[in-house]
Design a protein around this ligand. Structure first.
Ligand SMILES: Cc1cc2nc3c(=O)[nH]c(=O)nc-3n(C[C@H](O)[C@H](O)[C@H](O)COP(=O)(O)OP(=O)(O)OC[C@H]3O[C@@H](n4cnc5c(N)ncnc54)[C@H](O)[C@@H]3O)c2cc1C
Length: 370
Protein backbone atom coordinates (compact mmCIF):
# COMPACT_ATOMS: atom_id res chain seq x y z
CA UNK A 1 0.00 0.00 0.00
CA UNK A 2 1.33 3.42 -1.01
CA UNK A 3 0.32 6.50 0.90
CA UNK A 4 -0.79 9.12 -1.61
CA UNK A 5 1.81 11.80 -1.25
CA UNK A 6 -0.31 14.78 -2.18
CA UNK A 7 1.03 17.82 -0.40
CA UNK A 8 -1.49 19.16 2.08
CA UNK A 9 -2.28 22.81 1.51
CA UNK A 10 -4.52 25.34 3.25
CA UNK A 11 -7.25 24.33 0.84
CA UNK A 12 -10.11 22.08 1.87
CA UNK A 13 -9.32 18.67 0.39
CA UNK A 14 -12.41 17.17 -1.23
CA UNK A 15 -12.06 13.53 -2.21
CA UNK A 16 -14.71 12.41 -4.71
CA UNK A 17 -15.20 8.65 -5.03
CA UNK A 18 -16.60 7.79 -8.47
CA UNK A 19 -16.13 9.76 -11.69
CA UNK A 20 -19.45 9.00 -13.38
CA UNK A 21 -22.17 11.55 -14.08
CA UNK A 22 -22.42 12.75 -10.46
CA UNK A 23 -18.72 12.70 -9.53
CA UNK A 24 -17.41 14.21 -12.78
CA UNK A 25 -20.08 16.92 -12.82
CA UNK A 26 -19.23 17.74 -9.21
CA UNK A 27 -15.54 18.16 -10.09
CA UNK A 28 -16.44 20.34 -13.10
CA UNK A 29 -18.57 22.65 -10.94
CA UNK A 30 -16.42 22.64 -7.80
CA UNK A 31 -13.34 23.55 -9.88
CA UNK A 32 -14.76 27.05 -10.35
CA UNK A 33 -15.06 27.60 -6.56
CA UNK A 34 -12.38 28.99 -4.31
CA UNK A 35 -10.71 27.23 -1.42
CA UNK A 36 -11.07 23.63 -2.67
CA UNK A 37 -8.47 20.99 -3.58
CA UNK A 38 -10.12 18.25 -5.65
CA UNK A 39 -9.11 14.59 -5.90
CA UNK A 40 -11.20 12.24 -8.02
CA UNK A 41 -10.87 8.52 -7.30
CA UNK A 42 -12.06 6.58 -10.35
CA UNK A 43 -10.62 3.34 -11.76
CA UNK A 44 -11.84 3.99 -15.31
CA UNK A 45 -10.04 6.15 -17.89
CA UNK A 46 -13.20 7.71 -19.26
CA UNK A 47 -16.41 9.42 -18.21
CA UNK A 48 -19.32 7.55 -19.74
CA UNK A 49 -22.86 8.62 -20.57
CA UNK A 50 -24.94 5.51 -19.88
CA UNK A 51 -28.02 7.08 -21.44
CA UNK A 52 -26.32 6.53 -24.82
CA UNK A 53 -25.60 2.79 -24.32
CA UNK A 54 -28.85 1.69 -26.07
CA UNK A 55 -27.95 3.95 -29.05
CA UNK A 56 -24.50 2.33 -29.15
CA UNK A 57 -26.02 -1.15 -28.99
CA UNK A 58 -28.29 -0.22 -31.88
CA UNK A 59 -25.26 0.96 -33.90
CA UNK A 60 -26.49 4.58 -33.91
CA UNK A 61 -23.39 6.12 -32.33
CA UNK A 62 -19.74 5.30 -31.72
CA UNK A 63 -17.61 5.22 -28.56
CA UNK A 64 -16.16 8.74 -28.93
CA UNK A 65 -19.63 10.31 -28.80
CA UNK A 66 -20.60 8.71 -25.50
CA UNK A 67 -17.35 8.91 -23.53
CA UNK A 68 -14.68 11.51 -22.67
CA UNK A 69 -11.16 10.90 -21.31
CA UNK A 70 -10.84 11.72 -17.59
CA UNK A 71 -7.15 12.70 -17.36
CA UNK A 72 -7.18 15.76 -19.65
CA UNK A 73 -10.49 16.86 -18.11
CA UNK A 74 -9.09 16.67 -14.54
CA UNK A 75 -5.92 18.45 -15.64
CA UNK A 76 -8.00 21.27 -17.10
CA UNK A 77 -10.00 21.46 -13.84
CA UNK A 78 -6.80 21.53 -11.78
CA UNK A 79 -8.00 18.36 -10.05
CA UNK A 80 -6.09 15.13 -9.42
CA UNK A 81 -7.39 11.97 -11.08
CA UNK A 82 -6.37 9.02 -8.93
CA UNK A 83 -6.89 6.02 -11.21
CA UNK A 84 -7.78 3.65 -8.40
CA UNK A 85 -10.71 1.90 -6.73
CA UNK A 86 -11.78 2.82 -3.18
CA UNK A 87 -12.05 -0.28 -1.01
CA UNK A 88 -12.58 0.97 2.54
CA UNK A 89 -13.13 4.23 4.37
CA UNK A 90 -12.08 5.09 7.89
CA UNK A 91 -14.52 7.84 8.90
CA UNK A 92 -12.83 8.53 12.26
CA UNK A 93 -9.38 9.08 10.67
CA UNK A 94 -10.91 10.56 7.48
CA UNK A 95 -9.00 8.23 5.21
CA UNK A 96 -9.89 6.37 2.01
CA UNK A 97 -8.08 3.11 1.32
CA UNK A 98 -7.88 2.21 -2.35
CA UNK A 99 -6.38 -0.78 -4.19
CA UNK A 100 -3.05 1.02 -4.78
CA UNK A 101 -3.11 4.14 -2.59
CA UNK A 102 -4.62 5.55 0.52
CA UNK A 103 -5.37 9.20 1.10
CA UNK A 104 -6.79 11.64 3.63
CA UNK A 105 -9.76 13.91 3.10
CA UNK A 106 -11.36 16.91 4.76
CA UNK A 107 -14.63 16.32 2.93
CA UNK A 108 -15.66 13.11 1.19
CA UNK A 109 -18.19 12.92 -1.64
CA UNK A 110 -19.45 9.42 -2.37
CA UNK A 111 -20.63 8.92 -5.97
CA UNK A 112 -19.83 5.31 -6.91
CA UNK A 113 -23.26 4.73 -8.50
CA UNK A 114 -25.00 1.39 -8.79
CA UNK A 115 -24.47 -2.01 -10.39
CA UNK A 116 -26.85 -4.43 -12.07
CA UNK A 117 -29.09 -6.35 -9.71
CA UNK A 118 -29.76 -9.95 -10.75
CA UNK A 119 -32.01 -10.67 -7.73
CA UNK A 120 -30.39 -14.11 -7.36
CA UNK A 121 -32.00 -15.40 -10.59
CA UNK A 122 -30.10 -18.50 -11.71
CA UNK A 123 -27.97 -17.86 -14.81
CA UNK A 124 -28.88 -14.16 -14.99
CA UNK A 125 -25.28 -13.02 -14.45
CA UNK A 126 -24.31 -14.89 -17.62
CA UNK A 127 -26.95 -13.11 -19.69
CA UNK A 128 -26.01 -10.01 -21.67
CA UNK A 129 -26.47 -6.64 -19.97
CA UNK A 130 -26.08 -3.01 -21.00
CA UNK A 131 -25.40 -1.60 -17.56
CA UNK A 132 -21.70 -0.98 -18.20
CA UNK A 133 -19.74 0.08 -21.26
CA UNK A 134 -17.93 -3.28 -21.39
CA UNK A 135 -21.23 -5.19 -21.24
CA UNK A 136 -22.72 -2.99 -23.97
CA UNK A 137 -19.69 -3.47 -26.24
CA UNK A 138 -19.97 -7.24 -25.75
CA UNK A 139 -23.71 -7.21 -26.49
CA UNK A 140 -23.24 -5.14 -29.68
CA UNK A 141 -20.47 -7.46 -30.90
CA UNK A 142 -22.74 -10.47 -30.38
CA UNK A 143 -25.63 -8.84 -32.26
CA UNK A 144 -23.40 -7.80 -35.16
CA UNK A 145 -21.55 -11.12 -35.45
CA UNK A 146 -24.26 -13.66 -34.69
CA UNK A 147 -27.33 -11.78 -35.93
CA UNK A 148 -29.63 -13.55 -33.42
CA UNK A 149 -33.15 -14.19 -34.67
CA UNK A 150 -34.78 -14.24 -31.23
CA UNK A 151 -33.82 -11.89 -28.42
CA UNK A 152 -35.41 -11.80 -24.96
CA UNK A 153 -35.09 -8.56 -23.01
CA UNK A 154 -35.76 -8.99 -19.32
CA UNK A 155 -37.08 -5.85 -17.64
CA UNK A 156 -39.29 -3.16 -19.15
CA UNK A 157 -37.89 0.02 -17.58
CA UNK A 158 -36.72 2.76 -19.97
CA UNK A 159 -33.47 0.85 -20.67
CA UNK A 160 -35.27 -2.39 -21.60
CA UNK A 161 -37.74 -0.51 -23.79
CA UNK A 162 -35.06 1.49 -25.62
CA UNK A 163 -33.02 -1.68 -26.18
CA UNK A 164 -36.09 -3.43 -27.62
CA UNK A 165 -36.87 -0.52 -29.94
CA UNK A 166 -33.34 -0.29 -31.34
CA UNK A 167 -33.07 -4.05 -31.89
CA UNK A 168 -36.54 -4.20 -33.46
CA UNK A 169 -35.20 -2.06 -36.32
CA UNK A 170 -33.82 -5.34 -37.70
CA UNK A 171 -36.96 -6.87 -39.16
CA UNK A 172 -35.39 -10.36 -39.30
CA UNK A 173 -35.28 -10.56 -35.54
CA UNK A 174 -38.12 -11.25 -33.07
CA UNK A 175 -37.84 -9.29 -29.83
CA UNK A 176 -39.54 -10.28 -26.60
CA UNK A 177 -39.88 -7.85 -23.69
CA UNK A 178 -40.43 -9.71 -20.43
CA UNK A 179 -41.89 -7.93 -17.41
CA UNK A 180 -42.73 -9.42 -14.01
CA UNK A 181 -45.34 -6.75 -13.18
CA UNK A 182 -48.69 -6.40 -14.94
CA UNK A 183 -47.58 -3.50 -17.16
CA UNK A 184 -44.59 -2.12 -19.02
CA UNK A 185 -42.63 0.78 -17.49
CA UNK A 186 -43.96 -0.06 -14.00
CA UNK A 187 -42.20 2.90 -12.34
CA UNK A 188 -43.89 5.37 -14.70
CA UNK A 189 -47.59 6.25 -15.10
CA UNK A 190 -50.26 3.89 -16.47
CA UNK A 191 -50.65 6.21 -19.47
CA UNK A 192 -46.98 5.71 -20.24
CA UNK A 193 -47.43 1.91 -20.05
CA UNK A 194 -50.41 1.95 -22.43
CA UNK A 195 -48.56 4.17 -24.91
CA UNK A 196 -45.43 2.04 -24.82
CA UNK A 197 -47.30 -1.23 -25.29
CA UNK A 198 -48.94 0.27 -28.38
CA UNK A 199 -45.58 1.42 -29.75
CA UNK A 200 -43.84 -1.89 -29.11
CA UNK A 201 -46.58 -4.10 -30.54
CA UNK A 202 -46.72 -1.78 -33.56
CA UNK A 203 -43.06 -2.66 -34.16
CA UNK A 204 -43.80 -6.38 -33.89
CA UNK A 205 -42.24 -6.72 -30.41
CA UNK A 206 -43.82 -9.47 -28.28
CA UNK A 207 -44.75 -8.07 -24.86
CA UNK A 208 -44.94 -10.62 -22.04
CA UNK A 209 -46.16 -9.14 -18.74
CA UNK A 210 -46.75 -10.96 -15.41
CA UNK A 211 -43.87 -13.25 -16.34
CA UNK A 212 -41.33 -13.82 -13.57
CA UNK A 213 -38.02 -15.20 -14.82
CA UNK A 214 -36.92 -18.19 -12.79
CA UNK A 215 -33.68 -18.97 -14.62
CA UNK A 216 -31.70 -18.21 -17.74
CA UNK A 217 -29.78 -20.87 -19.64
CA UNK A 218 -27.89 -21.01 -22.90
CA UNK A 219 -30.67 -20.92 -25.46
CA UNK A 220 -33.57 -19.74 -23.38
CA UNK A 221 -35.41 -18.42 -20.38
CA UNK A 222 -37.56 -20.37 -17.93
CA UNK A 223 -40.38 -18.69 -16.02
CA UNK A 224 -41.67 -19.21 -12.49
CA UNK A 225 -44.90 -20.65 -13.95
CA UNK A 226 -42.69 -23.37 -15.55
CA UNK A 227 -43.28 -22.17 -19.10
CA UNK A 228 -40.21 -21.24 -21.14
CA UNK A 229 -39.02 -19.21 -24.10
CA UNK A 230 -36.27 -20.22 -26.50
CA UNK A 231 -33.97 -17.41 -27.59
CA UNK A 232 -30.42 -16.98 -28.90
CA UNK A 233 -29.75 -13.93 -26.77
CA UNK A 234 -31.09 -12.82 -23.37
CA UNK A 235 -30.41 -9.25 -22.20
CA UNK A 236 -30.94 -8.53 -18.50
CA UNK A 237 -32.01 -4.94 -17.77
CA UNK A 238 -34.08 -5.51 -14.63
CA UNK A 239 -32.91 -3.45 -11.70
CA UNK A 240 -29.89 -2.00 -9.93
CA UNK A 241 -28.31 -2.30 -6.50
CA UNK A 242 -25.74 -0.07 -4.73
CA UNK A 243 -22.09 -0.27 -5.84
CA UNK A 244 -20.18 -2.91 -3.80
CA UNK A 245 -18.23 -0.18 -1.93
CA UNK A 246 -21.50 1.15 -0.47
CA UNK A 247 -22.59 -2.34 0.57
CA UNK A 248 -19.38 -2.61 2.63
CA UNK A 249 -19.67 0.73 4.45
CA UNK A 250 -21.21 0.87 7.91
CA UNK A 251 -23.17 4.07 7.21
CA UNK A 252 -26.91 4.77 7.66
CA UNK A 253 -28.86 3.27 4.76
CA UNK A 254 -32.36 2.79 3.41
CA UNK A 255 -32.93 -0.34 1.31
CA UNK A 256 -29.12 -0.50 0.97
CA UNK A 257 -28.75 3.07 -0.40
CA UNK A 258 -26.95 5.79 1.60
CA UNK A 259 -29.44 7.77 3.65
CA UNK A 260 -28.92 11.50 3.06
CA UNK A 261 -30.08 14.60 4.90
CA UNK A 262 -31.48 17.70 3.19
CA UNK A 263 -27.94 18.93 2.42
CA UNK A 264 -27.08 15.62 0.69
CA UNK A 265 -24.76 14.64 3.55
CA UNK A 266 -24.94 11.08 4.84
CA UNK A 267 -27.13 11.28 7.94
CA UNK A 268 -25.05 11.96 11.02
CA UNK A 269 -21.81 12.56 9.04
CA UNK A 270 -21.11 16.29 8.55
CA UNK A 271 -18.10 15.73 6.30
CA UNK A 272 -19.51 12.99 4.05
CA UNK A 273 -21.80 13.82 1.11
CA UNK A 274 -23.47 11.25 -1.16
CA UNK A 275 -24.89 12.00 -4.60
CA UNK A 276 -26.33 10.14 -7.57
CA UNK A 277 -27.51 6.55 -7.74
CA UNK A 278 -25.80 5.49 -4.48
CA UNK A 279 -27.91 7.90 -2.40
CA UNK A 280 -31.39 7.66 -0.88
CA UNK A 281 -32.63 11.25 -1.00
CA UNK A 282 -36.06 11.88 0.47
CA UNK A 283 -36.92 15.51 1.17
CA UNK A 284 -40.30 17.11 1.83
CA UNK A 285 -42.17 13.87 1.07
CA UNK A 286 -40.44 13.49 -2.32
CA UNK A 287 -37.99 10.75 -3.27
CA UNK A 288 -35.27 11.49 -5.83
CA UNK A 289 -35.16 9.26 -8.92
CA UNK A 290 -31.97 7.41 -9.77
CA UNK A 291 -31.32 9.19 -13.04
CA UNK A 292 -28.48 11.03 -14.71
CA UNK A 293 -30.57 14.18 -14.64
CA UNK A 294 -30.90 14.05 -10.84
CA UNK A 295 -27.24 13.09 -10.33
CA UNK A 296 -26.19 16.12 -12.35
CA UNK A 297 -28.36 18.60 -10.40
CA UNK A 298 -27.28 17.08 -7.08
CA UNK A 299 -23.63 17.48 -8.16
CA UNK A 300 -24.10 21.16 -9.01
CA UNK A 301 -25.84 21.80 -5.68
CA UNK A 302 -23.14 19.96 -3.74
CA UNK A 303 -20.38 21.95 -5.47
CA UNK A 304 -22.04 25.17 -4.26
CA UNK A 305 -22.35 23.75 -0.74
CA UNK A 306 -18.67 22.72 -0.75
CA UNK A 307 -17.77 26.34 -1.50
CA UNK A 308 -19.90 27.30 1.52
CA UNK A 309 -18.03 24.78 3.70
CA UNK A 310 -14.72 26.32 2.53
CA UNK A 311 -16.00 29.80 3.39
CA UNK A 312 -17.52 28.70 6.70
CA UNK A 313 -21.05 29.81 5.74
CA UNK A 314 -24.32 27.89 6.14
CA UNK A 315 -25.20 25.10 3.70
CA UNK A 316 -28.33 25.40 1.54
CA UNK A 317 -30.86 22.54 1.52
CA UNK A 318 -31.40 20.58 -1.69
CA UNK A 319 -34.65 20.58 -3.61
CA UNK A 320 -35.44 17.40 -5.62
CA UNK A 321 -36.16 18.02 -9.33
CA UNK A 322 -37.00 14.58 -10.72
CA UNK A 323 -38.95 12.75 -8.03
CA UNK A 324 -40.52 9.29 -8.20
CA UNK A 325 -44.02 10.80 -7.90
CA UNK A 326 -43.70 12.80 -11.14
CA UNK A 327 -40.81 11.25 -13.03
CA UNK A 328 -39.51 12.76 -16.23
CA UNK A 329 -38.39 10.44 -19.02
CA UNK A 330 -37.37 10.81 -22.64
CA UNK A 331 -37.50 7.33 -24.13
CA UNK A 332 -36.05 6.47 -27.52
CA UNK A 333 -38.44 4.38 -29.59
CA UNK A 334 -36.12 3.65 -32.53
CA UNK A 335 -36.08 4.91 -36.14
CA UNK A 336 -34.82 8.29 -34.92
CA UNK A 337 -37.85 9.01 -32.71
CA UNK A 338 -38.56 9.27 -28.96
CA UNK A 339 -41.45 9.98 -26.59
CA UNK A 340 -41.55 12.39 -23.67
CA UNK A 341 -43.18 11.46 -20.35
CA UNK A 342 -43.78 13.71 -17.37
CA UNK A 343 -45.87 12.25 -14.54
CA UNK A 344 -49.25 11.26 -16.06
CA UNK A 345 -48.63 13.22 -19.23
CA UNK A 346 -47.07 11.75 -22.34
CA UNK A 347 -46.60 12.85 -25.92
CA UNK A 348 -48.88 10.33 -27.68
CA UNK A 349 -46.78 9.84 -30.85
CA UNK A 350 -43.02 9.24 -31.04
CA UNK A 351 -41.39 12.34 -32.48
CA UNK A 352 -38.11 12.97 -34.26
CA UNK A 353 -37.70 16.28 -32.44
CA UNK A 354 -37.84 14.55 -29.03
CA UNK A 355 -35.11 12.12 -30.08
CA UNK A 356 -33.02 15.00 -31.43
CA UNK A 357 -33.49 16.82 -28.11
CA UNK A 358 -32.63 13.74 -26.00
CA UNK A 359 -29.61 12.98 -28.14
CA UNK A 360 -28.46 16.60 -27.90
CA UNK A 361 -28.75 16.55 -24.07
CA UNK A 362 -26.76 13.31 -23.78
CA UNK A 363 -24.08 14.22 -26.30
CA UNK A 364 -23.63 17.73 -24.89
CA UNK A 365 -23.11 16.17 -21.46
CA UNK A 366 -20.13 14.25 -22.88
CA UNK A 367 -18.80 17.30 -24.79
CA UNK A 368 -18.61 19.32 -21.56
CA UNK A 369 -15.75 17.11 -20.41
CA UNK A 370 -13.70 17.35 -23.61
C1 LIG B 1 -28.38 1.80 -20.03
C2 LIG B 1 -28.71 2.98 -19.17
C3 LIG B 1 -29.43 4.04 -19.72
C4 LIG B 1 -29.76 5.16 -18.92
N1 LIG B 1 -30.47 6.17 -19.50
C5 LIG B 1 -30.72 7.29 -18.78
C6 LIG B 1 -31.40 8.39 -19.38
O1 LIG B 1 -31.78 8.36 -20.55
N2 LIG B 1 -31.61 9.50 -18.60
C7 LIG B 1 -31.19 9.57 -17.31
O2 LIG B 1 -31.40 10.62 -16.65
N3 LIG B 1 -30.56 8.53 -16.71
C8 LIG B 1 -30.31 7.40 -17.42
N4 LIG B 1 -29.65 6.34 -16.83
C9 LIG B 1 -29.29 6.42 -15.41
C10 LIG B 1 -28.01 7.23 -15.24
O3 LIG B 1 -27.00 6.78 -16.11
C11 LIG B 1 -27.56 7.10 -13.79
O4 LIG B 1 -28.61 7.50 -12.95
C12 LIG B 1 -26.33 7.97 -13.55
O5 LIG B 1 -25.24 7.50 -14.30
C13 LIG B 1 -25.97 7.98 -12.06
O6 LIG B 1 -24.80 8.73 -11.89
P1 LIG B 1 -23.76 8.35 -10.73
O7 LIG B 1 -22.68 9.36 -10.82
O8 LIG B 1 -24.47 8.15 -9.47
O9 LIG B 1 -23.21 6.92 -11.15
P2 LIG B 1 -22.37 6.49 -12.43
O10 LIG B 1 -22.57 7.42 -13.55
O11 LIG B 1 -22.71 5.05 -12.64
O12 LIG B 1 -20.86 6.60 -11.97
C14 LIG B 1 -20.32 5.87 -10.92
C15 LIG B 1 -18.83 5.81 -11.09
O13 LIG B 1 -18.26 5.35 -9.88
C16 LIG B 1 -17.17 4.49 -10.17
N5 LIG B 1 -16.95 3.63 -9.01
C17 LIG B 1 -17.72 2.60 -8.56
N6 LIG B 1 -17.17 2.06 -7.45
C18 LIG B 1 -16.05 2.76 -7.20
C19 LIG B 1 -15.05 2.66 -6.19
N7 LIG B 1 -15.10 1.71 -5.25
N8 LIG B 1 -14.01 3.53 -6.23
C20 LIG B 1 -13.94 4.50 -7.20
N9 LIG B 1 -14.86 4.62 -8.17
C21 LIG B 1 -15.90 3.76 -8.18
C22 LIG B 1 -17.63 3.75 -11.41
O14 LIG B 1 -16.51 3.24 -12.14
C23 LIG B 1 -18.38 4.85 -12.17
O15 LIG B 1 -17.54 5.50 -13.10
C24 LIG B 1 -29.33 5.20 -17.59
C25 LIG B 1 -28.60 4.14 -17.03
C26 LIG B 1 -28.29 3.03 -17.82
C27 LIG B 1 -27.50 1.89 -17.22
Amino acid sequence: MRHMNLQRSDLLRVVVVGGGIGGAELVRNAATKEGLELVLVEPKDRIECQALYPDYLGGRIEMEEMTAPLDPFCKKMNAVHLKDRALRIDFADKRVTCEKNDLDYDILVLAPGAVQNYFGVKGAEKAFSINTLEDTVEARRFVEKKRPKKIAIIGSGPTGIETACFLAEDSNCTIYVIEMMNRLLPTLSKNASILMEKILTGKGVEVLTKKKVDSIRDGGVTFADESSLDCEMAIWTAGIRPAPLIENLGLPKKNGWLLCDQYLRVQGYEDVFAIGDCAWIEIGGKLATKTGMEAEIQAKHTARNLARVAKGTDLKPYSIRASTESPVALITTGCGCAVGIYGDLCVPIPKRIIYTFKSWIDKSFVKRFK
